[in-house]
Ligand binder design. Structure first.
Ligand SMILES: [Zn+2]
Length: 358
């Protein structure tokens, strides 16, 4: 991966952006895309669109959400401890013992506490802790000390940043789905630098907000942009580690290329165009099958207005919604190449209507 792209990926992944508090990631996205997009806009919901050919009638919307899961402070006790709720889906075994940042007026360090193992009753040891049993300790002894630096509604993220692992693998918190925002930005850059996009086709690469709490940014962006076709990209569960069944979930391996979803949430013509583009351009891919609506921005996009012809791409990810999500950087780059290859094949008169005889 070229070094400017790698630093953009690191910056956006490291920027704290729990749903509803995406401004820091949005700033990183705007700064990076401004150097190659024809136009960059931020809507009142907070989503950022980087655009090529903004005047074109045929439009493609690319969506990669930039919010991440996190926590929100909802109570401060008299003895200076912070109680919190989850933003997005958490496995409550993960927070125990983690260091966190509370994003108040300043960034305040803290730890997530729980009774020590020695002090747990037998039945407490057997059961999984719940978020309501945990607290954040910033070292304060009174509520007043806390309130000097933290307010109710401040958000919390783990003190974990991007790190490269062996080979092409990397780990981070918030690859879900800031690697998606990265991919849509890189797609736009590839189209701008390498060309091939029809001059009468516009591409809107959107870093959407609030996906983790119900695809809320994709809904408003889809409405405003009103594109005929769109691609959503998100992380996808790798089915390549112990304890997950290929017969139950299908196979999806880290490092074997982006996934392309087939099922009701994908327009059949878009699906075929993506697969043809991958074959013609020699980009590896894996087919992922989902029978109904997916949990991605592609779901909100598809049922926007009178309908959008949607394709859904994914990058295989291990340990989703933990601070140590793992993926392949080559998959990430290939996914951007594949999205660009799709965009180059959309013509001003492409008909996405599902029909027989194709
Ligand atoms: Zn997620």
């Amino acid at each position: 991966m070229r070094s400017e792209s790698l630093s953009f990926l690191q910056d956006i992944v490291n920027a704290p952006s729990p749903s509803g508090y995406e401004e820091r990631a949005a700033h990183v996205y705007r700064t990076y895309t401004s150097s190659f997009a024809d136009k960059v806009t931020t809507d009142i919901h907070g989503s950022v669109a980087a655009i090529l050919n903004p005047g074109a009638e045929m439009k493609i919307m690319l969506a990669g959400h930039m919010d991440e899961i996190g926590f929100i402070v909802h109570y401060i006790s008299d003895d200076g401890l912070l109680y919190f709720g989850g933003i997005g889906g958490h496995d409550s075994v993960v927070p125990v013992g983690q260091r966190v940042w509370i994003h108040g007026k300043e960034r305040v360090p803290g730890v997530i506490g729980r009774k020590a193992i020695h002090l747990l009753d037998d039945d407490e040891r057997k059961k999984k802790p719940e978020l309501k049993d945990l607290w954040i300790d910033i070292g304060a002894s009174t509520r007043a000390e806390v309130e000097a630096v933290i307010q109710l509604g401040d958000v919390v993220t783990y003190q974990v940043e991007f790190q490269k692992l062996m080979g092409d693998r990397a780990t981070a918190r918030g690859f879900d789905n800031k690697m998606g925002s990265f991919i849509v930005a890189e797609t736009l850059r590839l189209l701008q630098e390498d060309g091939g996009l029809h001059p009468s086709v516009g591409v809107y690469a959107v870093a959407t907000v609030q996906e983790e709490i119900g695809l809320r940014g994709a809904r408003t962006s889809s409405y405003s942009i009103a594109a005929q076709s769109g691609l959503a990209v998100d992380v996808n569960h790798a089915i390549d580690y112990p304890g997950v069944s290929k017969t139950r979930y299908g196979s999806l391996d880290v490092g074997k290329g982006p996934s392309v979803m087939r099922g009701a949430n994908a327009n059949p013509i878009v699906f075929r165009m993506i697969c043809d583009a991958a074959k013609e351009d020699g980009i590896p891919f894996q087919v992922d099958v989902t029978p109904g609506g997916t949990g991605t921005d592609g779901n909100a996009m598809q049922i926007n207005r009178g309908g959008m012809a949607v394709g859904i791409l994914g990058v295989a990810l291990r340990y989703m919604h933990t601070p140590c999500e793992v993926l392949s950087l080559v998959d990430v780059e290939d996914c951007a190449r594949l999205m660009a290859a799709y965009c180059r094949r959309v013509m001003p008169d492409t008909d996405f209507t599902p029909r027989l005889g194709l």
